[in-house]
Design a protein around this ligand. Sequence first.
Ligand code: MRU
Length: 390
Amino acid sequence: MSLVPIRWVSQQECASREEDTAGTPPEASADVSPDVTKPAVKLALLDQRLLPGETREVLLEDARGVATAITDMVVRGAPAIGIAAAYGVALEAFVINREGGDWQSRLASACDVLAASRPTAVNLFWALDRMRKVIAAHATQSQAPYEALLKEAVRIHEQDLEDNLRMAEFGAQVIAASLAQGETRCEVMTHCNTGALATGGHGTALGVIRTAYAQGILGRVHVNETRPWWQGSRLTAWELVQERIPARLAVEGAASLIMQQGARTPEGVRWLIVGADRITANGDTANKIGTFSLAVQARAHGIKVMVVAPLATFDGSLASGADIPIETRDAAELREAGGRQIAPQDIDVFNPVFDVTPHEYIDAIVTEHGVVESPDSDSVGALLGRAMRR
Ligand code: MRU
């Protein structure tokens, strides 16, 4: 079963839906006739907090609702956050045109609300910049440029899928080229969820894994649980099981043991493959908490580290990872799990949800514009320069 994490719900579909706030995704082919008394468009987000047990969509009507959904982890993963925010701006334009008022200031504050939803993934700010450019280009219009904004959101969404497919090919080539003589395939480890759920489709790191498996060069994927939101066990494991890609789940604490065993085994773990939330000008990479420690462990065991991310994840304005804002979340995420208390209520808690892997620990950054090996300021600068000239 392939589920769509972000879906624009047209006026026609809105009018035909009985449930207004949430529900199971409708049949794509449902024959609907519009109810003109309900003029609305909505954004349907697959509620990723409920997976893999339950498949439900949340229906959102305005930018504030989308911002809350991003903060609350209904949708997550850097590219998906950017795509959802772009649709959030288009939704708001629709609402403003229905209600009237100063569209420019209302859209500007909608962009601000969306920008405040999560701090680390730069794709959010990149997508909002693109939407702000569309707003600026229509500044003399009497109405909010709803059609143009929706078109831009769809372009951002579709472009992400195209980029994923390109990165997947490049990443699989890197794996193939790294196989030792006599090896036809290898195992890899991944962290967090970087698949179809976190992107416009296919995935970044998980996209490389999918394509490598399809090419027969990948034996098995080691999936880390990814505390405290379990993106690995709930989402990545689920995506891999759906696609019947051989995978094994373990706690993060087992990573060194798995790498140690794999490094000694023919066709064992050769790559740690992860996504990114922000990559600075020197190649330092923010990603899900635990990535840095996995990269250190990989180095200790002679395992290579691959970061897979589109150019939308690069922040050339920051010289190094020390400048990346790291999101810290509520203490309750560590004190409670599944509605049960799992730590004393009074314990002090530190809950950063990203860390920064220094570029020295990264062997390859795979983008839709090619691969940067042993990234540093020069090679990342050259990549960004090349991409700008295209
Ligand atoms: O907190 P999350 O689930 O949004 O964190 C997601 C990650 O860290 C991913 O690895 C990253 O966004 C890349 S997703 C293609």
